[in-house]
Write a protein that binds this ligand. Structure first.
Ligand code: SF4
Length: 472
């Protein structure tokens, strides 16, 4: 495929799911921009329509199917124009991401107007795949074993088309070996593998040079980074760990922040906690999914810790930092979960003083162990009633956590502004990831300012700019 340099086609991409998908989207757009595809926000105007899917929950997969259904109608309308000899657009429709990886050819069968299905391990074959669909072929490319990771070779040839934001997502590892009994990720993203430190550091340096003010290191189990690498071959004899990678990234010149998600509780080492403490650019924020507050349910989920062990990790982190936020994920209505077991989840949010939690009702996913335990499924009403209680508990916990911030001074990275009643209201994030609103000037977007917190509501803080230094 020729590198056209000029844009003669438009691509629209709808991204669902996690940050890893957002990062994949940026890479896909970067690659396509080398082959004449310019991103458009207007799907109706696009020559290539891509849905980057998430298979964590059925709801998200259903959303992707219905979107592709709409695109199929557009394609049929264009085809009708073609038959009538009128000007028409040759629309191509593609599925990628986790649903594509999971459903493969089934998607081509189910959606006859879909031209391309490419999996999470095939992003880097995209130039060839696009060439093939443009010659009229319908293609499914979903390798089970990752041929290339997001580094080197193909990747190096193409820039990443990052979203217009202050934060650059940088994948450092992908896949998972844990096989939690409810989770589809090991099936869609494959086994764990890590990128070489030198390539991550180069990508981070480039992002900082381009003006990004924050980099977020991504991985399904980000704190098990490096296990698939060789310390002599890949890191000059140093242990390849997230802690050492953070130390190296912290040495890059410039004013910027570093974050990392998502952590697996028992992979958080003392050295990682020390590295976060030592490195002034690394934010004091840990996202550590607990999933259930009950040890028996955790065992059935195949999580490698119990309630007490999770609590010990949280305590260690809280004892290390003056100000730190710990957030979590929880599932309501896991197969066989009793009311008492569910109440343990509710009490865990209080006991561990979690600052925020993502919550979801259990959703059976094909191939996973728990999906086969149909005789233990919780009925939908109970499941969603538990979810509603969990959400209310989370709301109260967030408010409590935010109220504790009143009077503190935080360093805020200003992300956006809006005009309200003749005033400019800025919004930004503290190092602990809390959102803060305050009055200021538009030109502060992209800058770091110190803000004294004067008020708290459930989902954000309010404050005023001050000259004193914030919590680092
Ligand atoms: S640790 Fe468990 S929940 Fe997380 S990606 Fe791996 S299998 Fe899924």
């Amino acid at each position: 495929m020729e590198n056209t340099k000029h844009f003669d086609k438009k691509v629209y991409i709808e991204t669902m799911g996690c940050q890893m998908n957002k990062s994949d989207t940026e890479r896909i757009l970067g690659m396509l921009s080398h082959f004449g595809y310019e991103q458009t926000e207007d799907a109706k105007n696009a020559d290539l329509l891509i849905v980057n899917t998430c298979s964590i929950r059925q709801l998200s997969a259903d959303k992707a199917y219905s979107l592709v259904g709409v695109w199929g109608k557009w394609k049929q309308e264009e085809h009708k124009k073609e038959l009538e000899g009128k000007p028409f657009r040759d629309i191509k429709v593609a599925f990628c991401g986790c649903v594509a990886q999971q459903d493969k050819e089934k998607l081509l069968k189910r959606f006859p107007y879909v031209d391309l299905v490419f999996g999470t391990n095939n992003v880097y074959e995209l130039p060839d795949l696009i060439r093939r669909i443009n010659t009229g072929e319908r293609v499914c490319a979903t390798n089970e074993t990752p041929k290339k990771f997001t580094e080197g070779e193909e990747e190096a040839k193409y820039e990443i088309k990052r979203a217009k934001s202050l934060n650059a997502w940088i994948p450092i590892m992908e896949g998972c070996n844990n096989f939690c009994t409810y989770c589809i990720v090991p099936f869609t993203r494959g086994r764990e593998r890590s990128r070489k430190p030198s390539e991550i550091i180069d990508e981070a340096k480039k992002a900082i040079k381009e003006g990004f003010k924050e980099i977020t290191l991504l991985g399904q189990n980000v704190d098990s980074y490096g296990k698939t690498l060789d310390k002599d071959k890949d890191y000059d004899g140093r242990d390849v760990t997230l802690a050492n990678l953070l130390r190296d990234l912290n040495k890059i010149d410039g004013k910027f922040r570093i974050r990392f998600v998502t952590s697996y509780p028992t992979d958080i080492t003392d050295d990682l906690i020390h590295a976060v403490k030592e490195c002034d650019k690394v934010c004091e924020f840990f996202h550590i999914p607990m999933q259930s507050g009950n040890s028996k349910v955790l065992k059935e989920m195949n999580r490698r810790y119990n309630r007490e062990e999770y609590g010990e990790i949280v305590k260690k982190i809280r004892d290390t930092f003056e100000d730190v936020a710990i957030t979590s994920d929880f599932i309501a209505g896991f197969p066989g979960e009793t009311e008492e077991e569910f109440l343990d989840t509710m009490s865990a949010i209080d006991e561990f003083e979690l600052d925020y939690s993502n919550t979801a009702a259990y959703s059976p996913r094909v191939k996973t162990k728990a999906a086969k335990w149909t005789d233990r499924f919780i009925d939908e009403d109970t499941k969603f009633e538990r979810l509603a209680r969990l959400n209310e508990k989370n709301r109260q916990a967030c408010l409590k956590s935010n109220e504790k911030c009143i009077g503190k001074i935080f360093e805020i990275l200003v992300e956006s502004f809006e005009e309200k009643e003749g005033k400019i209201i800025l919004a930004g994030r503290a190092r602990n990831n809390k959102i803060v609103h305050f009055e200021g000037e538009k030109n502060l977007v992209g800058e770091f300012v110190n803000v004294k917190i004067t008020g708290a509501s459930t989902w954000h803080l309010r404050g005023e700019i001050c000259s004193e230094a914030g919590i680092r």
